[in-house]
Design a protein around this ligand. Structure first.
Ligand SMILES: Cc1cc2nc3c(=O)[nH]c(=O)nc-3n(C[C@H](O)[C@H](O)[C@H](O)COP(=O)(O)O)c2cc1C
Length: 145
C-alpha cells in the first residue's frame, strides 16, 4: 500500500506525528511519505492508495477550537475520493476540531474513513496507534474487496 501523510504544523508537533506515522507504516511494508500542506507532493498524492491529513488545534484553549491553518487546508489539491484519515494534535482540549477537519477534507473530495485526536504530550504513542488503526482498517477493506 502507498500512503501520503499531509501535515499542517506551526511548531512541529503535527509534523513529528506525521513522521512517526510514516515510520510505522513503512515498518509494515507500506510505501509512505509525508509533506507539508503548504507544498503538497502531487506525484505522491496521485500514486497513494490512502491519504492522511493532520493539523494542529487553533483556538482559545477551551473555546472556538478549529483546524490550524484552515486557509491552507481549503487550498489542498482535490483528493479524488481516496480513502482518507484525519488527525489533530492539541494541548488541552480539541473541541470539535476533528469534525471540522473532516468537513474541510470532505470538501476537498477526501473519502474520510476515520480520525483521531492526539494530545501533544503523547505524540509518539498517539501517532503509532493511529498508524496501526489505518493499517487495520486498510486490511479490512482489502479483505472485503
Ligand atoms: C495560536 C494557538 C492556539 C492554540 N489553541 C489551542 C486550543 O484552543 N486548544 C488546544 O488544546 N490546544 C491549542 N493549541 C496548542 C496546539 O494545538 C498544540 O500545541 C499542537 O500540537 C501544535 O501543533 P504544531 O506543533 O504542529 O503546530 C494552540 C496553539 C497555538 C499556537
Amino acid at each position: 500500500m502507498r500512503a501520503l501523510v499531509i501535515h499542517e504544523s506551526l511548531t512541529g508537533n503535527t509534523r513529528t506525528a506525521a513522521r512517526t506515522m510514516v515510520a510505522e507504516l513503512q515498518q509494515e511494508g507500506w510505501e509512505a511519505s509525508e509533506c507539508s500542506s503548504r507544498q503538497v507532493d502531487l506525484a505522491a498524492l496521485q500514486q497513494s492508495d490512502v491519504v492522511i491529513v493532520g493539523t494542529w488545534v487553533d483556538g482559545l484553549v477551551l473555546f472556538g477550537q478549529r483546524p490550524g491553518g484552515a486557509g491552507k487546508l481549503a487550498k489542498l489539491p482535490l483528493l479524488g475520493g481516496k480513502p482518507t484519515y484525519v488527525f489533530v494534535t492539541y494541548a488541552i482540549n480539541p473541541g470539535r476540531t476533528l469534525e471540522k477537519l473532516t468537513a474541510e477534507i470532505e470538501d476537498r473530495r477526501g473519502d474520510v474513513r476515520g480520525g483521531m485526536v492526539i494530545r501533544r504530550g503523547q505524540l509518539t504513542e498517539g501517532a503509532v496507534e493511529f498508524a496501526r488503526r489505518v493499517i487495520d482498517a486498510s486490511a479490512e477493506l482489502a479483505a472485503d474487496a
